[in-house]
Design a binder for this molecule. Sequence first.
Ligand SMILES: NC(=O)c1ccc[n+]([C@@H]2O[C@H](COP(=O)([O-])OP(=O)(O)OC[C@H]3O[C@@H](n4cnc5c(N)ncnc54)[C@H](OP(=O)(O)O)[C@@H]3O)[C@@H](O)[C@H]2O)c1
Length: 338
Amino acid sequence: MPPAIAVPAQMRHIEAVTAGAPEVLRITTGPVPVAKVHEVLIRVAAAGVNRPDVLQREGKYPPPADASPLIGLEVAGTVVSVGAEVTQLHVGDRVTALTNGGGYAEYCVAPAVQCLPWPAGYDALRAAALPENYFTVWANLFVHGRMARGESVLVHGGTSGIGVTAIQLAREFGARVYATAGSDEKCAACLALGADGAINYRSADFAASIAELTGGTGVNVVLDIVGAPYFEQNLRCLAMDGRLVQVAVMHGAKVEQFDLSRVMQRRLVITGSTMRPRTASQKGAIAQALREQVWPVLGSGRCAPVVHATFPLAEAAAAHRLMESSAHIGKIMLSVGD
Ligand SMILES: NC(=O)c1ccc[n+]([C@@H]2O[C@H](COP(=O)([O-])OP(=O)(O)OC[C@H]3O[C@@H](n4cnc5c(N)ncnc54)[C@H](OP(=O)(O)O)[C@@H]3O)[C@@H](O)[C@H]2O)c1
């Protein structure tokens, strides 16, 4: 039996004093959470910042009823206690976890099935940069989007946390990848990540560019975070039997009018999903697929998270300001402990 690790009663964590601008995020002290029977308690070394955290801070994405009210969907660190029915993890194990909330803290609980080991050669910071984007991209691009080897995909927001992951995984699993981004510098970053083509959406019509890049055929899958303003153009980008996968609606959810005949003529599928409301067993199934198919690739160095900037936990507000500026390429991280 591994030696017990002492756990304090109190920890530092970030709280949102009210819904609002980044300044509502303050460092404070509160009780260390206790692992339930199927959970582990993790001493957090690093936590990831994700766009859904910004929405939660603004009061637009309330946490599920049974989740921590604290912000933070991914952490990496050391297991310091395990719930009564956890058999696969032990005190002292180094894990990275998709949490149900509470990641901006020195200690965080997560269902054991949502934990994965650090890939070979990874430190806490890089390990913590993985879960939210890898769970989301795997579920949406490969499961709902059914992306297959030899197909092609258009990834919107190619330098977002989601976009970087999608470009890398799509390439690794044998697809041709096109990406959109909001500047020439970001387009260059998409190409450096392995995209076959990158379109600056501020200076070009991306649907026309995709038609040109694919010789008029279109792509098999579009992974979209923009929403309503892109909907019609997204459908125009799709080849026969194409799939539009919606993972966010950053610029609007409501499409006023659209012509269903295009869906019939090209046998299109419109799908999408959210990660957070899924059950632990559904998230556990994704974790298992990642462990088998993606973790070896990460460990070999063929795909790797891109960390743009790291802030101390107490400076979570500055991390959110950077995310809202969209100046970043890849991940924004919080450094929490040792
Ligand atoms: N469904 C799920 O389960 C799930 C899970 C995680 C995240 N998400 C969502 O996925 C989105 C991305 O999350 P993230 O954490 O990766 O965010 P992020 O790193 O902050 O990226 C957001 C990106 O959107 C890009 N963007 C804005 N307007 C655009 C446009 N018109 N066309 C193309 N790109 C545009 C911005 O880059 P530019 O400078 O290029 O505009 C920015 O890089 C968020 O909306 C988030 O809520 C969904």
